[in-house]
Design a protein around this ligand. Sequence first.
Ligand code: GLN
Length: 193
Amino acid sequence: MLAVQGAVSEHAAMLAQLGHPTVLVKKPEHLANLAGLIIPGGESTAIARLAAPFGLLPAVRKGIEQGTLSVLGTCAGLILLARDVVDPGALAGFDTIGGLDVSVARNAYGNQLNSFEAHIDLPTAHNSSTRPLVAFIRAPRITSVGEAVEVIARHNGEPVAVQAPGIIGATFHPEITGDLWLHSLFVSSLPAS
Ligand code: GLN
């Protein structure tokens, strides 16, 4: 887990349910020997600022580029993974991770009062009639998706989760409502340890 700010303990609880221990990553050296990293929801601007003194986000980018690290980013985590953020001002001057060929718009559903829970559609799942309940909290919207990126979840027809080699990104919080679908997908995509 990237443990700088955000829903760290909630994701760790989900991993524990799947039988996976959690390592808290606050500095680049904590990435050693890790195959997978979850970048939680929280506040992308806070994570970018707090991680900056340690060079943590460029270190994550390097692991993805080298193919040694797979990542799951949710909400703020997705924003940090996106190639392009529509309103870049808030992150200007700070390293993000990048690497996922999507554009996102921050806070695109409105403020905290416009947060909501919804069942999402999984067009690529084995059983696409399963519709996990997830929480959208000051969520971003995915405004464009690159050719090599697969949409793995939709809400009202819009992409809300995507997958590319080594990267899964979701606009929502899967850990609040407790459905293990996304964590299971991520864990099963990692090389067996
Ligand atoms: N709006 C937040 C941001 O810009 C993300 C919200 C979240 O992660 N729940 O980082």
